[in-house]
Design a protein around this ligand. Structure first.
Ligand code: ATP
Length: 586
C-alpha cells in the first residue's frame, strides 16, 4: 500500500483531540492494509522499526537529516536551517521545501509503506565505515520520492519527533475494531501480546486470523509483560483477601526479567528494554549459577556493599551506575539479584501453575546462592504473622512486603490481587509516592524566570480510557541542575496542541508529548475541580496537595506504567480510613 495512506492517517491523528477518534482513524487505516503492512504501520506509528526489546533504533541526528533534505530538494543546508529556526519543526520544513523543490528527480516512484519501513530498518541497522553517508543517501532517496505530506513524517521519524502519542492500548483497541467493530476482542489480543511483547507481530497475526491469538506462547529470549501488584493498607485486609498466603520482602531495587536459552542470556528492564550489556555480573550469574538449559525468571536487583552488609535503593543503585564505571563498581559493590518468580523452565511455560509450585521450582533452581538468591519468603496464616514479617522487613531497611496468593497463576501484564504490596510509607502521614506523566510545563516566573522553567503539569493514567488525566502542578523538589536537564528534554517533545490522550482543564505554558514519568510525594490526595483525575461530570476530580518531585526521571517506566486513576482512588480510600482510625502505630 502507498505510504501516503499512512501519512494521511498520521496527519489525522495529529489533529484530533479525541482518543476514540484515534482508535477509529487507526482501525480504518488497518482495514485498507494487508497483514504485513499492518505490522509495519504499527511500528511506524509508534516511532519504531522493531519491538522496543530488540533495541533497534533509527536515531539520526538533526544535522544528518538536514543534509538529506538538502540533497533531496536542492536547497542549501543554510537555507534549511533558516527555515527550521522560523518553523521550529524540521518535518514542516521538509514538507514546505518538497512543495517547491529546486530540483526534480529523474525517476520518481510512488513510496510504499514497505519501502519506507525497510529503508528505516536498514538505516537503523547499518554500521561501520561509510555508513553515515549511506544513511543520508537512503533518507534523501525517500525524500526525493515523497509527496510533501509524506516528507513531513519521513523527516520527523528518524529524529524521534513523530509525537503522535499512539500507545499500545490504542493499537490493541484499533485491532479489535478492525475485525469486530468494537472492543470485544481486545482482551484476547492483549493476552497474546502479554506473552511476546511485540505489537507488530501481534497485529500481523491478528490480521491473518483472530484464532492465532489463542496460540501464542512464551519463549525464552522474548520478554513477557510483567505482573503488577495491588495495594492494601493493612495486614488484616491482606489476610481477608488472600487467606493463608506467602509474604516476601519488598526490595527497593530495579526489576529484571532474565532469559536464558543454552548459552545465550538476555536481561530486560521493567519496561522491557534490553539491558543485558549494562549488567555483566548478572548475565554471568544467570549463565553459571542456574542448572537448567532454558529459563525465564524475574527478580529485583540491588547494589550490595559486602563490607557493611548494606543494600542500596533503586536511586542509589542507578547513581552508582552513572557515576562509576560499570566494571570497577561491580567488584566493590556487587549487585545481588533476589529472584521472586519463575515463568518458564526447560521447554515448559509454567506461568499458569499455582504460585506455590512455581516458588518450589524456583528454590530448587537456585541451589548455588551466589549473585542470584531467592527472595526472602514465608508462609503466613494470620494477620499477626503478616504484620510481624512486615515489621521485621521494615526494621531491616526494606520497603515493606509483597503478599502473594499461593494458588494464583502469573498474571502477565496486569495489576491483580495475586500480589499485594504493603509499604512502610503507608504507615506514615504521606501515603505512597505517585508516579506522574509529564504532559506540559510552565515558564518560570519571579526567581525562576532565569531558568525559564516553573514546574510541570503531571497526570496519572486511566487504563479504562487510555488517557492521561491531570492530578498536580508541581514546581518544587527540583535542584537547579535537574530543572535545566528536564527542561532540555521537554523542549524536544513540545507539541502545539495537547495530544488527544491528554485530558486536561488546565493549560500549561507548553504541552509536551506524554513520555517522561517522575515520582512525586505529596501530603495528601484532595478533591479538586480543576484536575481531571477521576472527574465525572460536574463533580470534582482528585489532586495532590503540596506535591514535590523526588528523585530523578523514572526512565524504567513508560507513560502507561505511571500510577493509575484506580490506584489514586484506592489511595484516597486508604487515606480516609487512616483519618478515621488515626495513624497506625509501629
Ligand atoms: P513500586 O514503585 O511500589 O515498586 P511499581 O509500580 O514499580 O511499584 P508494582 O507492581 O506496583 O510496581 O509493585 C511490585 C514491584 O515491587 C515489582 O515491580 C518489583 O519491582 C518490586 N518487588 C520487590 N520485591 C518484590 C518481590 N519479592 N516480589 C515481587 N515484586 C517485588
Amino acid at each position: 500500500m502507498e505510504f501516503s495512506a499512512l501519512a494521511e492517517s498520521m496527519s489525522a491523528l495529529e489533529s484530533t483531540t479525541s482518543r476514540n477518534e484515534m482508535v477509529e482513524i487507526i482501525a480504518q487505516l488497518f482495514k485498507k492494509l494487508d497483514a504485513q503492512d499492518i505490522r509495519r504501520a504499527v511500528y511506524l506509528l509508534q516511532g519504531l522499526v522493531a519491538p522496543p526489546y530488540a533495541g533497534i533504533e533509527v536515531g539520526l541526528g538533526e544535522k544528518l537529516v538536514e543534509e538529506a533534505i538538502a540533497k533531496a530538494t536542492g536547497y542549501s543546508e543554510k537555507e534549511i536551517e533558516r527555515e527550521y529556526v522560523k518553523a521550529g519543526d524540521l518535518g514542516n520544513v521538509a514538507e514546505k521545501l518538497c512543495e517547491s523543490k529546486k530540483q526534480t528527480a529523474l525517476f520518481s516512484q510512488e513510496l510504499t509503506i514497505e519501502k519506507v519501513y525497510s529503508t528505516f530498518y536498514k538505516i537503523a541497522t547499518l554500521s561501520g565505515h561509510g555508513s553515515q553517508d549511506a544513511k543520508i543517501s537512503m533518507l534523501a532517496e525517500l525524500l526525493n520520492n515523497a509527496l510533501p505530506i509524506e516528507a513531513r513524517y519521513i523527516t520527523r521519524f528518524p529524529i524521534g519527533r513523530l509525537r503522535l502519542g499512539v500507545g499500545d492500548p490504542t493499537v490493541l483497541d484499533a485491532l479489535s475494531f478492525m475485525h469486530k467493530g468494537d472492543k470485544s476482542d481486545r482482551e484476547r489480543i492483549e493476552s497474546a501480546y502479554n506473552k511476546c511483547s511485540d505489537l507488530g507481530l501481534i497485529a500481523e497475526s491478528y490480521a491473518r486470523g483472530p484464532a492465532s491469538m489463542d496460540k501464542f506462547a512464551m519463549h525464552p529470549l522474548v520478554p513477557v509483560r510483567p505482573a503488577l501488584a495491588e495495594r492494601l493498607p493493612s495486614a488484616e485486609e491482606i489476610k481477608d483477601k488472600l487467606g493463608e498466603c506467602i509474604v516476601e520482602a519488598k526490595y527497593d531495587g530495579f526489576r529484571l526479567q532474565c532469559h536464558k536459552k543454552g548459552d545465550k542470556v538476555e536481561i530486560f528492564s521493567r519496561r522491557l528494554e534490553r539491558v543485558t550489556d549494562m549488567l555483566p555480573e548478572i548475565v554471568d550469574a544467570v549463565r553459571k549459577e542456574l542448572e537448567c538449559n532454558e529459563v525465564i525468571f524475574e527478580g529485583e536487583a540491588l547494589a550490595y556493599n559486602e563490607a557493611t552488609g548494606e543494600f542500596y535503593s533503586f536511586q542509589q543503585t542507578i547513581q552508582r551506575k552513572r557515576k562509576h564505571g560499570v566494571a570497577e563498581k561491580a567488584v566493590e559493590m556487587p549487585l545481588r539479584l533476589f529472584a521472586f518468580d519463575l515463568l518458564y523452565i526447560d521447554g515448559k511455560d509454567i506461568s499458569s501453575y499455582p504460585f506455590k509450585e512455581r516458588r518450589k521450582k524456583l528454590e530448587a533452581l537456585l541451589k548455588k546462592r551466589g549473585t542470584i538468591l531467592p527472595s526472602e519468603s514465608y508462609r503466613a496464616k494470620s494477620s499477626a504473622e503478616i504484620e510481624s514479617h512486615f515489621e521485621d522487613f521494615v526494621s531491616r531497611g526494606l520497603e515493606g512486603l509483597v503478599a502473594k496468593d499461593m494458588n494464583a497463576p502469573y498474571t502477565t501484564g496486569a495489576r491483580k490481587f495475586a500480589w499485594i504490596k504493603l509499604k512502610r510509607s503507608y504507615r506514615s502521614e504521606l501515603s505512597d509516592t505517585i508516579d506522574v506523566v509529564v504532559v506540559g510545563y510552565y515558564a518560570g516566573r519571579g526567581a525562576r524566570a532565569r531558568f525559564k522553567f516553573g514546574g510541570v503539569l503531571g497526570a496519572v493514567y486511566d487504563t479504562h480510557t487510555d488517557t492521561f488525566q491531570t492530578i498536580c502542578k508541581v514546581g518544587s523538589g527540583f535542584s537547579e541542575e535537574q530543572m535545566a536537564v528536564l527542561q532540555k528534554k521537554l523542549d524536544v517533545i513540545k507539541t502545539a496542541r495537547p495530544n488527544a490522550r491528554i485530558n486536561s482543564l488546565i493549560k500549561p505554558t507548553y504541552w509536551v508529548e506524554p513520555k517522561y514519568v517522575i515520582t512525586v510525594a505529596a501530603d495528601e490526595i484532595t478533591r479538586s475541580p480543576i484536575h481531571t483525575c477521576a472527574k465525572e461530570g460536574d463533580s470534582p476530580g482528585y489532586a495532590l496537595r503540596f506535591p514535590r518531585i523526588i528523585g530523578e526521571l523514572r526512565e524504567d517506566k513508560r507513560p502507561e506504567d505511571a500510577t493509575t486513576v484506580d490506584e489514586i482512588l484506592d489511595l484516597f480510600k486508604m487515606q480516609r480510613r487512616a483519618d478515621i482510625v488515626g495513624p497506625a502505630d509501629g
